[in-house]
Ligand binder design. Sequence first.
Ligand code: FAD
Length: 443
Amino acid sequence: MKNVTVVGAGLVGSLWSLYLAKRGYSVDVYERRPDPRKSGRAEGRSINLALSDRGWAALEQVGMAEAVRKEAIPMYRRVMHDVAGNLSFQPYGKENQAIYSVSRGGLNRLLVEAAESHPEVRVHFGHACVDADVEAGTATFSADGETITSTGTAVFATDGAFSKVRAQFQRRDRFNYQQEYIEHGYKELHIPPGQNGSHQIEREALHIWPRGKHMLIGLPNPDGSFTCTLFFPMEGPTSFDALQTPEEAEKFFQEVFADALALMPDFQDQWAKNPVASLVIIRCSPWNVGGKTVLFGDASHAIVPFYGQGMNSGFEDCRIFDALLEAHNGNFETAFPAFSDERKPHADAIAELAMRNFVEMRDLTAQPEFLLQKKIEAAFSAKYPGRWMPLYSQVTFSHIPYAEALAAGKRQEAIMQTIMARPDIEATWNSDEVMEAILAQLG
Ligand SMILES: Cc1cc2nc3c(=O)[nH]c(=O)nc-3n(C[C@H](O)[C@H](O)[C@H](O)COP(=O)(O)OP(=O)(O)OC[C@H]3O[C@@H](n4cnc5c(N)ncnc54)[C@H](O)[C@@H]3O)c2cc1C
């Protein structure tokens, strides 16, 4: 039986080890963090995540979807909060289509436990990768002052955006690498449960407080609380830098996010305690060195979180890689480069889509014209199903390759610009004439 090495038992690494075991490999997974079940440590960044169709499909394939579904909360629509606390709503998709709020720690634990329960998977916590021989397909780990080197025939590097294994790729000729910090960072804040564990704002929704250059979002947790994330410039007149004290931050929230602040009784403590973190985009290629070492998940394509697709795309990597292993009869020498070639354009596309969605979330969702445009698109798509799938649905509720979704989205946007420019659009948006004008442009 072929023995292989996985570096990083995060979301993608733990899922991928399950795929490998299912294919009959013997798998050693090395994770830098201590075993969270023994250390009781908090779970790292972003407490909850939005899981959508691409992620579900990948979980389904290794029989994990049901277990995850039990702990997930569907979010059927966006609820936008304006400065005065007025609400507006936008469904995510068709009736019953939802994205799901899941706990990062809970999901990671489920996947690690499922992997560990497989007789051919061994998860070694507290093992930090310190080096890798990417041509040999081995990695070296430090644990309790000792150094060990993996013995498997290949390395799957799923050690995240700051991958230690990727650092070895960067020393090689003709490896392309780009790392970009965006202007915004983030801080998490918490809305506690109401009485008897109730949710204080609509439970099955993703809440957004769009404010132009920045925004706050909130995702529900099963215990009645919400995890909120403030996406905010790191520097400048309105920025984390400018809000020097918790008192200043509270004053700012009072002006800009008053209804959210009213639900955070310990705001100042949270502000002082919770760190500010940066957001980085990683682009690189190729993702493999022969059939010996391959990068995937955030290690090869970290993106900003605004489309809720980082984990979902990493999970999709697993499903696609698995299909390629099948197609290549388990031949790593041909499957690894095929994966890199096939997947890279789609990773670039979702990176672009994610940045575009930031503008949509923080700015456009607050504009009536944008909401009208989305209503027209939904009406057209309902009238001519098959002729128009909104871009958000292509990305979130389908398996259309990301680059195709991006191209179709650009075409749709160009058509909608002409429709929105019609002088009487507010009165006629649902008319046959408008629907036919869209149809004509689609050709
Ligand atoms: C604020 C925020 C919100 C997000 N929201 C969403 C969302 O709603 N939906 C979504 O799909 N995605 C979301 N994402 C993206 C998502 O978190 C990532 O895409 C996902 O975690 C990538 O999984 P991964 O396993 O590739 O990397 P990671 O989750 O980073 O896991 C890497 C693992 O490798 C381990 N590791 C690192 N270095 C070493 C080493 N040297 N040796 C051994 N182990 C090591 C780490 O400890 C970790 O366990 C969000 C990200 C952020 C920052």
